[in-house]
Design a binder for this molecule. Structure first.
Ligand code: BEZ
Ligand code: FE
Length: 291
């Protein structure tokens, strides 16, 4: 066994990590070693800094659970999540762009009818979002499931509060003509969670922790690529400094203030409400199968 020196440790470690039969792992692990070592060399990492980094990772693990995803948050603020989204979603012209999932999606939200209210007792300005789901050829996509979730008017998600039932999330299904309608309350911009190691790090910099007001979507239909995306309020603060690099011009839409009266879905509102119109455009799976 050769003695490791700072001259040959990288070659030794990359060679060792390339020995697995799993060819993809044998590609990724040596690259990880190479890049980590290059980082340590580039910044001339001290032992104290290494220990600080290890303690930071330990705290990120300790604070994480089934509702708190500190490593995803770290990936988001470092721009890694958005890089991976961009590399993996090559868009057909006209398709709705994808963006980050974020750490607050909860699976198995309740199925809701067309225009059903997903806000329940949560106070806020009523918001109706309506449009169609179609494909890049302009055909209506019937039966698409729109999984929708967002923060409350204080900027908090279900995972951040004590909730006894699903809160500000639901799954809507597009109708035969591709139409869908979501009824909820207007979201606000908010700060990413700052009470953990990611927040500690952000606080030591001038990096903005804020996200512009948005709604989250996961749109899926057999034969089409699943679409993870957001809609952002046009003119909202932080659109140009989103803490997780998630904004895209195509996803910034007017949140139109409306007088009391008729709403999408055939109802009426006694109070002023907000209208958002958006058509989600899906692209076929490359294999033509289910995404
Ligand atoms: C979110 O939009 O829910 C989110 C995304 C990334 C980090 C924190 C929050
Ligand atoms: Fe969000």
């Amino acid at each position: 066994m050769p003695a490791a020196t700072d001259q040959d440790i990288t070659a030794l470690a990359t060679a060792r990590w390339a020995t697995t039969d799993d060819t993809r792992l044998a590609e990724i692990m040596p690259a990880l070693v190479r890049h980590l070592h290059a980082l340590a060399r580039e910044v001339e990492l001290t032992e104290q800094e290494w220990a600080t980094a290890m303690a930071w990772l330990t705290r990120a693990g300790q604070i994480s659970d089934d509702k708190r995803a500190e490593f995803i948050l770290a990936s988001d603020v470092l721009g890694l999540s958005m890089l991976v989204v961009e590399m993996n979603h090559h868009r057909t012209r006209g398709a709705t762009p994808a963006t980050v999932l974020g750490p607050f999606h909860i699976a198995d939200s309740p199925h809701l009818a067309y225009a059903a209210d997903m806000a329940g007792h949560i106070p806020g300005i009523p918001l109706y979002l309506a449009g169609t789901v179609r494909d890049v050829a302009g055909e209506a996509v019937a039966g698409a499931v729109l999984d929708v979730w967002h923060a409350d008017p204080h900027g908090l998600y279900e995972a951040q509060v004590q909730a006894v039932q699903p809160r500000l999330r639901g799954r809507y299904t597009s109708r035969r003509d591709g139409s869908y309608c979501v009824r909820t309350v207007a979201p606000v911009g908010y700060s990413i969670p700052m009470d953990g190691p990611v927040g500690d790090l952000v606080s030591r910099t001038g990096v903005s922790p804020y996200r512009p007001a948005h709604l989250h979507f996961l749109v899926s239909a057999p034969g089409y690529e699943s679409l993870t995306t957001h809609l952002f309020e046009k003119g909202a603060p932080y659109l140009h400094s989103d803490a997780v690099f998630g904004t895209k011009p195509e996803l910034v839409v007017p949140f139109d203030a409306c007088e009391p009266g008729a709403t999408p879905g055939g109802g009426t509102s006694d109070v002023p409400w907000i209208r958002v119109d958006f058509d989600f455009v899906l692209q076929p799976t490359r294999s033509g199968g289910v995404a």
